[in-house]
Design a protein around this ligand. Sequence first.
Ligand code: MG
Ligand code: ZN
Length: 220
Amino acid sequence: MPQRVPVVENILNANDRLAEENRARIDSAGVFAINIMASPGAGKTSIIEQTLPRLKDKLRVAVVDGDIATSIDADRAAAAGAQAAIQVNTGGECHLDAVMLHGALDQLDLKQFDLLIVENVGNLVCPASFKLGTHKSILVASVPEGDDKPYKYPGMYRGVDALVINKVDLLPYIPFKMDYFQRGVEALNPGVITFPISCRTGEGLEAWIDWLLQNVIGKS
Ligand code: MG
Ligand code: ZN
């Protein structure tokens, strides 16, 4: 039987090396970069849409959107005020990798920006395995997905630097037990900073924006 595990490891190592190169480019331009991950429909693009107007006149923001097809999300980011919005079509791949971000960075004059927001492909499994070179990873959970997701997709919850819980305005209508959800998160990622928000009502967004601003200021 052929031994296949080392092949996978080599691919990941090549990805990690390129992620380091991406990070060096981002750092030398003085940019703070985040990687937003979530299942499809959790609200990644909606959060970006709500975030951009709140950063207007404060930060210059570039958005890189990963999707299997279409430029719908980059169009939405541009309409919401991103100074640059690049769509990466993965051609079927269910995650972004460092090569794809590298190609997107080639299209950006990074020095023109303070913040780079990367929206990963909607997927709750493999985006966590592919480093991109961003500084912080953010996972967006949402109330309609159900309170069992930390238990079922531990890999995504384990490595992230911040957790956004979107659509909290739906809590009265959906059997989502917040303490059960948070116990699952705490077991995987103790003390992870968490932002319960609603893109529809705007609740909780101020704390999220403050955290972003603090990180960008800390970087510059
Ligand atoms: Mg999206
Ligand atoms: Zn994938």
